[in-house]
Design a protein around this ligand. Structure first.
Ligand SMILES: Nc1ncnc2c1ncn2[C@@H]1O[C@H](COP(=O)(O)OP(=O)(O)OP(=O)(O)O)[C@@H](O)[C@H]1O
Length: 335
């Protein structure tokens, strides 16, 4: 039996700006297995959230092309009524900011029970209460009976994020998308929430997409990592391979911007992801940030190449890339 949960093929998500469509996600192809955490990393504006929102079909005005299938059901073509059935049930999302994701006027109990009610009409009032307390326990909330009665403002940021997670997992989703789930939290709480997500993978066996700009988080949590730049996946690999042998110039730049022990200097590539309207649409999208790499080394239509099993990198420029301030690499040449 296949272990594949989610399959995305040639996904293109475009937003309309001044009467024209611009793709924020372009030619994304990936799969996610059951019981797997796929980390998605990239700078702000690289298209991570646009990808997550496309999978959940939460964009109201975007044009979505290509294929997204969850358990062999095509999400791109799915009618609203069916989508409403599977969102919050088969697939769920944990959002960045626990304060805006909760309704300040509703007690915690109702916010969780509403999700149970929507997807499991057979569960009576007592059943819903029992399950809600069970969920609060599962996400590590002490004294769940008390929190059950409380309102969001009565809880700390970390507790609110646990409630968000309880809502997301209420109906045992098979796919869980966590979009920067710890950005709004302080460091110690961040670690607890990440531990919780890791634990949940074991308990509910969900496939998890973890979006973050924090490479330390993916190193710790993910089984595989996809690196996004300017709407495209530029490298995807099992986590140990990506960290041991990063290939794409952008991946290397991201990794080099994180200080590590014994490294005397950081080789950093200047610049930022261009805005959506100004994204390069042809050739290697990263070329303009590495002008010292000869144009002939970039592919005209850069594709993902499998360099070792499960390790894919886009464009052949990685073979000729070096950091200009890294004399050693420059002198020895890169193969
Ligand atoms: N609704 C929208 N309308 C127009 N442009 C949008 C919309 N949503 C996102 N974009 C643009 O699409 C690009 C990708 O944005 P996205 O939010 O997916 O990036 P991200 O990698 O998730 O960034 P961050 O880490 O800051 O959340 C950006 O240029 C952004 O401005």
């Amino acid at each position: 039996m296949s272990n594949e949960l989610l399959k995305i093929k040639n996904l293109k998500t475009s937003f309309r700006i001044d009467d024209e469509y611009y793709a924020a996600v372009d030619d994304v192809t990936l799969t996610l297995n059951k019981n797997e955490i796929l980390g998605i990393v990239g700078e702000s504006g690289s298209g991570k959230s646009a990808l997550a929102f496309s999978i959940m079909r939460l964009h109201t005005r975007a044009k979505i092309e290509g294929e997204i299938s969850l358990n062999n059901q095509n999400i791109v073509k799915m009618p609203k009524s069916k989508l409403n059935k599977i969102r919050g049930d088969e697939m769920a999302m944990i959002f960045q900011d626990p304060l805006t994701a909760l309704n300040p006027l509703m007690p915690i109990s109702r916010q969780i029970e509403e999700n149970l009610f929507l997807h499991n009409k057979k569960l009576g009032q007592q059943g819903r209460k029992k399950r809600t307390i069970e969920l609060l326990n599962l996400v590590g909330i002490p004294r769940p009976e008390r929190v059950y009665e409380q309102f969001p403002h009565e809880l700390s940021g970390g507790m609110r994020q646990r409630v968000i997670i309880a809502i997301a997992i209420a109906n045992d989703p098979e796919l869980l998308i966590a979009d920067e789930p710890t950005t709004a939290l302080d460091v110690t709480i961040q670690a607890q929430i990440l531990d919780l997500i890791q634990e949940l993978k074991q308990k509910i066996h969900a496939g998890i997409i973890l979006i973050t700009h924090d490479l330390g988080v993916v190193a710790e949590m993910a089984d595989r990592v996809a690196v996004m730049y300017a709407g495209q996946i530029v490298e995807i690999a099992p986590v140990d391979k990506l960290f041991a042998n990063p290939l794409h110039p952008y991946t290397r730049s991201l990794l080099n911007s994180v200080p590590t022990e014994g490294q005397d200097r950081l080789h950093v590539i200047q610049g930022v992801v261009p805005t959506l309207k100004n994204l390069p649409r042809t050739g290697c999208r990263f070329a303009e940030r590495i002008p010292w790499v000869d144009a002939s080394h970039h592919e005209e239509n850069p594709d993902l190449h499998e360099v070792e099993p499960g390790h894919f990198v886009r464009c052949t420029c990685y073979k000729h890339f070096y950091f200009p301030d890294n004399k050693e690499e420059q002198e020895n040449g890169v193969s």
